[in-house]
Design a protein around this ligand. Structure first.
Ligand SMILES: Cc1ncc(COP(=O)(O)O)c(C=O)c1O
Length: 433
């Protein structure tokens, strides 16, 4: 008999953000028009990159040199540029050896958890961004360990919950922060971050901060980087260009090691991550070469500021449409480009429905239901069938809350208003049924 093929940890891998697409595609075949509110890709939502950025990339693509391998950790000049960007924040200081490039942050995330001992756990926020929670859970062959983000308190982390879980679980070796957060759009306040650093110091943990949205804040918010607040605690910051440029198809992200020489064990872990990249040879070169030319260009800040202002405006429009529905807990967002909207406890019931006129569509949607389906998933399927709006249920983000995640990305304001009005009308009809 052959040994079994699949590791037990593989059961922990799931990504509803893309799973829901399979359902939406079935509806599309029946002629339902879909508004894609499931994925955080600005380009798919009609964002246009400025010509000067495309010009830089086109010039680089015209040079033969761009097509070769690059050093395993990434282009030296780019790592020097990025180390300088971190150092001018005035906190922890790094150099080019403290940076390693990956094929998108998703690649970095899976490597980071993969090389931890099975019994060592990293606690992360709930609702959880599934690339982290799935990869962490798969490495441990155990369900994710989470601390609560509180929708009744601006989605800020529940620090007592975090403290108690860390104190009573000696397997925890690290704390994950996603700042600004996906899926809630929350920006961690400075005092909260400082308290998390204190907890890490008290229990000799390391910190991971996913900062892919660090330069995407709006409506008066400012996100503090891990580098500014970490002091002497070991940590990893994760950054990338998928959201900020945005160039998600470039598959380019990097990690920055902080205080690696203060902790031998942590230093060995960082070395293992560098080695893991070395055995793959290297990561995608073209976006790496483009980074200093684009992020270092005077025009970049003005472009990013304007793009952030537009996200902030859309955040307000969505708040105007959904903010007053009494059955929802709605928080205005200040960073990244998502919002997680929660149904108040008890308002979702297993008999509720939305009217779906086309009988084939109705039959398909009803066929997706199964015993004990999470109530928010049931709502999401009806919303998809009845209104053609594709959102993601929040129970799929390691959360016992019921709700759904939307994006703030639709650039066409008319379509934005139409989509969110359809969501509101769908909610009202569903809850009354
Ligand atoms: C918090 C967070 N981290 C990482 C990623 C993955 O980024 P990349 O495109 O660089 O793999 C995403 C993508 O949505 C994200 O939201």
């Amino acid at each position: 008999m052959r040994q079994k093929l699949l590791s037990d940890g593989a059961n922990e891998l799931s990504y509803e953000i893309r799973e829901i697409v399979k359902k939406a595609e079935q509806l599309k075949k029946l002629g339902v028009g879909i508004y894609w509110e499931n994925i955080g890709d600005p380009i798919q939502k009609h964002h246009k990159l400025p010509d000067w950025i495309k010009g830089i990339v086109a010039d680089l693509a015209a040079s033969d040199d761009t097509y070769s391998y690059c050093p395993s950790k990434g282009m030296l000049e780019t790592r020097q540029f990025l180390a300088h960007q971190t150092n001018i924040l005035g906190g922890v200081q790094i150099n080019e050896d403290d940076i390693c490039f990956f094929n998108g942050l998703g690649d970095a995330i899976s490597k980071v958890y993969q090389y931890l001992t099975h019994t060592s756990r990293v606690i992360g926020p709930s609702p959880a961004y599934s690339t982290h929670s799935s990869a962490e859970a798969a490495h441990a062959n155990h369900e994710p360990l989470t601390y609560k983000l509180d929708p009744e308190n601006h989605w800020y982390p529940d620090l007592d919950d975090l403290y108690k879980k860390v104190k009573y679980n000696p397997n925890i070796v690290g704390i994950l922060i996603i700042n600004p957060d996906n899926p809630t759009g929350m920006v961690y306040p400075l005092a909260t971050l400082k308290r998390i650093v204190e907890i890490a110091r008290e229990f000799k943990l390391f910190l991971i901060a996913d900062e892919i949205y660090i330069n995407i804040t709006y409506n008066g918010a400012r996100a503090y980087s891990l580098a500014e607040i970490i002091e002497d605690v070991p940590g990893i910051s994760m950054k990338g260009i998928s959201k900020e440029l945005p160039w998600p198809g470039g598959r380019c992200g990097w990690i920055e090691y902080y205080n690696r020489h203060r902790d031998d064990d942590f230093n060995r872990f960082c070395q293992a991550l560098d080695n893991a990249k070395m055995i793959e040879v290297c990561s995608t070169k073209l976006p790496q070469v483009a980074i200093p030319k684009i992020l270092g260009d005077k025009r970049f800040k003005a472009y990013r500021d304007e793009t952030n202002r537009n996200i902030g405006r859309r955040s307000k429009i969505i708040a105007d449409i959904l903010g007053e529905v009494p059955e929802l807990t709605f928080n205005e967002t200040f960073g990244a480009f998502y919002n997680t909207i929660i149904f108040r406890r008890g308002v979702l019931k297993p008999h509720q429905r939305m009217k779906i006129r086309d009988s084939r569509v109705r039959a398909l949607v009803e066929g997706w239901m199964y015993p004990n389906i999470p109530l928010d998933k049931r709502f999401v399927y009806y919303l998809l069938g009845a209104k053609g709006v594709c959102v993601v249920p929040i129970s799929s983000f390691c959360s016992d809350l019921t709700g759904f995640r939307v994006t703030l990305l639709e650039e066409d304001e008319e379509v934005l208003v139409k989509t969110f009005t359809a969501i509101r009308d769908g909610i009202v009809e569903y809850l009354k049924s």
